[in-house]
Ligand binder design. Structure first.
Ligand SMILES: NC(=O)C1=CN([C@@H]2O[C@H](COP(=O)(O)OP(=O)(O)OC[C@H]3O[C@@H](n4cnc5c(N)ncnc54)[C@H](O)[C@@H]3O)[C@@H](O)[C@H]2O)C=CC1
Ligand SMILES: O=C(O)[C@@H]1CCC=N1
Length: 286
């Protein structure tokens, strides 16, 4: 299905680049099938074009009728500008995928014409190397063939989970924001390695391999994290000492709170945007 489709990213930031990079690397699409545009930063479009061989096009020059799939990839607060730009220039069969945190399919449906094909998507930046955990939830009117197309597209850059839209906020808290928690953990582990005398690059690779190994154990073995954690933990050994310090210093609670607050923020963005629609005011997404 993908081989004859054209895709345009509206928004040329970190997430668009992660998806573009993954798609080009997957070789499931040709670079000339991919377009990217933004509001005004032409230099950025040129850089993406040069790096990935895709088409970086000024917004006014993008021929909307030649695009099969639009991927909204601007900040949630900028969504209206993008919808205003495309609403009357696209046909209902053209598929809109949105990766915007907190922006619901119903919001998109209310702000586009009836019957517009819409899928809400939450990828993460590991799309860059084809390792995203991506959730998708279709809109009310979205045809099965478009849900299939969305899955096919995002399978090029990782694993895809079709979920009920009410679970998009928690998915965002876990997987959309998730890579940042692991990077934060790695930053702290690296500091300790360096403090003890290892060089930073070696420490980083040691930590990365440790995380990859732990993640693959979960993926490949039918065991829970609790069982696997217990296997590492010798009585009165080093791991017990490390885990005890984590517990004493609120490590478990901190991790839970990170997920909880990111999830809450996703919900808050949805509420703010829906509220502004109800009162007809200009958007106040903080
Ligand atoms: N960064 C991440 O890890 C993830 C981000 N997302 C979502 O992706 C979206 C983009 O995030 P980032 O790439 O991090 O932001 P960013 O700030 O790096 O990029 C936003 C881009 O949108 C462009 N833009 C703004 N208004 C526009 C308009 N009306 N038309 C076309 N382009 C427009 C900007 O010029 C910029 O290129 C957000 O809505 C975010 O919730 C989703 C999953 C993960
Ligand atoms: O921080 C954000 O709002 C975006 C959404 C998920 C990851 N990054």
């Amino acid at each position: 299905m993908l081989h004859d489709k054209t895709i345009a990213f509206l928004g040329a930031g970190s997430m668009a680049e992660a998806m573009i990079s993954g798609l080009v690397k997957s070789e499931k699409m040709k670079a000339n099938q991919i377009f990217v545009t933004n509001r005004s930063n032409h230099k950025r479009l040129g850089a993406l074009e040069k790096t990935y061989g895709i088409n970086g096009v000024n917004q006014k020059e993008l021929k909307l009728d030649q695009i099969d799939v639009f991927i909204l990839a601007m900040k949630p607060k900028d969504v209206d500008g993008a919808l205003d730009h495309i609403r009357d220039r696209i046909k209902p069969h053209q598929l809109i995928m949105s990766v915007l945190a907190g922006i619901t399919t119903s919001y998109l449906e209310q702000n586009l014409h009836y019957g517009q094909q819409i899928v809400r998507v939450m990828p993460n930046t590991s799309s860059t190397i084809g390792e995203s955990a991506t959730a998708i939830s279709p809109g009310q009117e979205t045809a099965n063939k478009n849900i299939k197309l969305t899955k096919e597209l995002f399978k090029c850059i990782g694993k895809v989970y079709e979920i009920e839209e009410k679970n998009m906020d928690i998915f965002t808290g876990l997987a959309g924001s998730g890579p940042a928690y692991f990077y934060y953990l790695m930053e702290h582990m690296e500091q300790e390695g360096v403090h003890a005398g290892l060089d930073a690059e070696t420490t980083r690779q040691i930590i990365a391999q440790t995380i990859v190994g732990a993640a693959k154990m979960i993926q490949d073995q039918d065991k829970t994290p609790t069982v696997l954690r217990e296997k590492v933990t010798s009585p009165n050994g080093t791991t017990a000492a490390g885990l005890n310090a984590l517990e004493v210093h609120g490590g478990g609670i901190a991790i839970s709170k990170a997920v909880e607050h990111a999830t809450k923020r996703s919900k808050e963005i949805s509420d703010q945007i829906q509220e502004s629609l109800l009162v007809g005011s200009s958007k106040q997404i903080s």
